[in-house]
Write a protein that binds this ligand. Structure first.
Ligand SMILES: Cc1cc2nc3c(=O)[nH]c(=O)nc-3n(C[C@H](O)[C@H](O)[C@H](O)COP(=O)(O)OP(=O)(O)OC[C@H]3O[C@@H](n4cnc5c(N)ncnc54)[C@H](O)[C@@H]3O)c2cc1C
Ligand code: SF4
Ligand code: SF4
Length: 649
């Protein structure tokens, strides 16, 4: 199903009409309407957050958007409060909101009601607002005196630099290219990650006092040993810069056969201004879509001059003459994928846009051979239909065909460029790291994350950078035996932090104490299982939520006949009202959202609202255990699954 055309009706109900039987009686101990179990307020991680590789507190910032969680500082706009919450996990909300394929939305429990919450679009709205309103990051209040080198200025390196600098370390980012941003700048085209947006999000990290040394390649300009000597810790975030060629006859040494990353770098550096008349791109992921779509935008001009051929520009680091572009004409751009079209790894809306823009996509086909002309140049790609056995294509005999072309681009994956870094190479062009992102064999001082350990998404690289920064800070404090990561490894909501942020800290524990529901040193009735459990939709009372259509971002749809020379951005931000309304669609899985159901439905008047002066997110109601008879009605009517009949077990 096309995710963008998802449900326009209610999808699921926990109880159908007439369905009044308990499925598991052992969960519901009835004894003439009472039980020995009383409610506890149990905080769990929502699946959106569990599916976000950078571990965003999505439910938290959606609660801010809808106005339930009010800024703790008078006069702070809600957008700023949401922005501050977002960057606890990920300092690139405007970039994420544009190009993250949003696995969080696939995991969202609201899919079981009608349609996912537009998490990604709220992220973009807040990220854009932060740029328009010049949000900055504070410099650390204390310097630790430790020096950390970050090698690679892509999302992993910049995220690590942000978190390390927040911890008070002196951070130097070494970047081999002239500008920071990694694949956000040199891979993804500017109509998807606008450069002004990137400059703003990167600029505020540098403004914290992070030093950037661009145009310096570690392993070539500076040795690993030198870095080792000059810094207390090193984070390797060098990404996967080397594209893989096609493993077929005729590829090696053929001039007009290029890799996607080389092609896109030449385009993003402004050197490649046009391509050839017919291009075939082999892949199926984001890179292949970007190549095929960029080619449609660039167009071709009739030329036989050697220096103007795309390969001369892409590999020779020369540049096309702008004058020629006035005469550009359309390009036939064919994208092929081993997997059927609907299983391609590229984000679905990118695929839809590419099709609309006139890219021809052939799914379930595999390349067999590059066919060459008398001059040794590729003239066609021979292919056949295939089926997949896991990741292995099985050719279907008798289905061979040729696609005529004058440029073949391989976008089938990348590895790291380990020039001068042989001692870190695991033999497959990557660096081996453990769950704490320590480099195997160099655990004390060297850490690695992002595409160089496992190519995936921007948000994944950023998540690595954030966890690695934690590991590095601990190692710099002299903690040799780093603690294990929790099972649900995200930026957890913490009620104590929430209370502290509002000046509601519990009193100091003077101990010993036992069985009190009065003393102020404890947060009563509350249990945190967010580090171990993700709340499934079956634990929510979905009947509470009526159908509510998703607020969609306005999109600019570029048709095939308008794409030539068109480099405008295609998605627009939500309005403030739409972002707030989308916040209201969030069901707050695993966290009280102050609906009052439990207060209203309790037959014993045992559930009470917390005094206004003591309220915080996650502390809105409490149970008077003297009055509670354990009837479990509050747990049943709680829409968010926040209540467990656990106390007394
Ligand atoms: C074309 C393309 C499109 C993509 N589209 C998307 C998308 O839509 N959504 C998404 O989520 N992800 C997308 N990705 C994936 C995403 O860009 C990567 O997962 C992410 O950029 C990885 O971050 P990184 O910091 O590990 O590496 P990179 O972004 O590659 O950054 C590494 C940096 O290290 C520098 N470097 C390398 N070696 C050295 C050295 N020896 N010394 C100094 N500096 C060095 C490089 O120049 C580079 O700037 C795309 C990738 C590509 C290639
Ligand atoms: S970074 Fe991606 S996965 Fe995480 S919240 Fe944003 S859109 Fe969702
Ligand atoms: S409804 Fe809200 S909290 Fe629940 S999974 Fe979706 S976005 Fe997350």
């Amino acid at each position: 199903m096309n995710r963008e055309n998802a449900s326009t009706a209610l999808n699921y109900r926990r109880y159908k009409d007439g369905d009044i039987e308990w499925k598991r009686y052992e969960d519901k101990i009835f004894q003439a309407g009472w039980s020995h179990k009383c409610p506890t307020y149990v905080h769990k991680t929502p699946p959106c957050q569990g599916s976000c590789p950078s571990g965003h507190d999505i439910r938290g910032w959606l609660a801010i958007a809808r106005g339930m969680d009010k800024p703790p500082v008078d006069g702070m706009p809600w957008q700023e409060y949401a922005f501050r919450r977002m960057v606890e996990a990920n300092p690139f909300p405007a970039a994420m909101g544009r190009v993250c394929p949003a696995p969080c939305e696939d995991g969202c429990n609201r899919n079981e009601v009608d349609d996912f919450v537009g998490i990604n679009s709220v992220e973009q709205y807040v990220g854009d607002w932060a740029i328009e309103n010049n949000m900055s990051f504070p410099r650390p209040s204390k310097e630790t005196g430790h020096k950390v080198a970050v090698i690679g200025g892509g999302p992993a390196g910049l995220a690590a630099a942000f978190f390390l600098r927040r911890d008070g370390h002196a951070v130097t980012v070494f970047e081999s290219l002239p500008e920071l941003g990694g694949m956000m700048r040199y891979g993804i085209p500017g109509y998807r990650t606008p450069r002004a947006m990137l400059d703003a999000e990167i600029g505020r990290i540098l403004d914290m006092g992070v030093e950037a040394r661009c145009g310096v390649r570690i392993g070539v300009d500076i040795s690993i040993d030198q870095i080792d000597k000059d810094f207390d810790a090193v984070f390797w975030a060098i990404g996967a810069q080397k594209g893989r060629g096609l493993p077929v006859d005729g590829w090696d040494g053929t001039p007009n056969c290029l890799t996607g990353v080389d092609f896109l770098r030449a385009f993003n550096e402004g050197r490649l201004k046009y391509v050839t008349q017919r291009i075939v791109v082999v892949g199926g992921g984001d890179t292949s879509i970007d190549v095929a779509s960029v080619a449609r935008r660039l167009g071709h001009i009739s030329t036989t001059r050697e220096k103007d051929r795309p390969e001369s520009v892409v590999l020779g680091h020369t540049a096309h003459d702008v004058a020629g572009t006035a005469a550009r004409q359309g390009v036939k751009s064919v994208l092929t994928s081993l997997f059927p079209i609907e299983q391609m790894t590229a984000a679905e809306h990118e695929r839809q846009d590419a099709l609309r823009e006139g890219v021809e996509i052939k799914g379930g086909v595999m390349p067999l051979e590059v066919l060459k002309d008398a001059n040794g140049r590729a003239r066609a790609l021979r292919m056949c239909a295939c089926t997949m056995d896991g990741m292995r294509p099985i050719p279907t005999e008798g289905t061979e065909f040729e696609i005529e072309c004058d440029l073949v681009v391989s976008a089938i994956g990348q590895t790291g460029d380990m020039t001068g870094l042989d001692s870190l190479d695991n033999g497959r062009g990557f660096i081996e790291a453990d769950r704490l992102f320590r480099v195997k064999g160099r655990e004390a001082k060297h850490f690695a994350g992002g595409d160089i350990i496992r190519p995936h998404l921007l948000t994944t690289a950023i998540g690595h950078g954030s966890i690695a920064a934690e590991s590095i800070s601990k190692a710099l404090q002299g903690i040799d035996d780093l603690p294990k990561r929790p099972r649900v490894d995200v930026h957890h909501f913490n009620l104590l932090d929430e209370l502290r942020g509002r000046g509601l800290d519990p009193e100091k524990f003077e101990g010993p104490a036992r069985g009190t529901s009065e003393a102020d040193f404890a947060v009563h009735n509350y249990e945190d299982r967010s580090f171990a459990e993700i709340i499934p939709h079956g634990d929510l009372f979905l009947g509470h939520f009526p159908y509510k259509e998703r607020n969609r971002r306005p999109e600019i749809h570029i048709e095939g006949d308008q794409v030539l020379g068109n480099f405008q951005e295609r998605i627009k931000s939500l309005t403030e009202e739409a972002a707030q309304d989308e916040g209201k669609r969030c069901m707050s899985c695993g966290m009280c959202f102050e609906c009052d159901n439990c207060v209203i439905f309790c037959p014993q008047d045992a559930v009470k609202r917390t005094k206004k002066s003591e309220r915080a997110v996650g502390r809105y109601v409490y149970t008077d255990y003297i009055r509670c008879i354990g009837c479990h009605i509050c747990a049943d009517v709680c829409p968010t699954g926040y209540i467990d009949m656990g106390l007394g077990e």
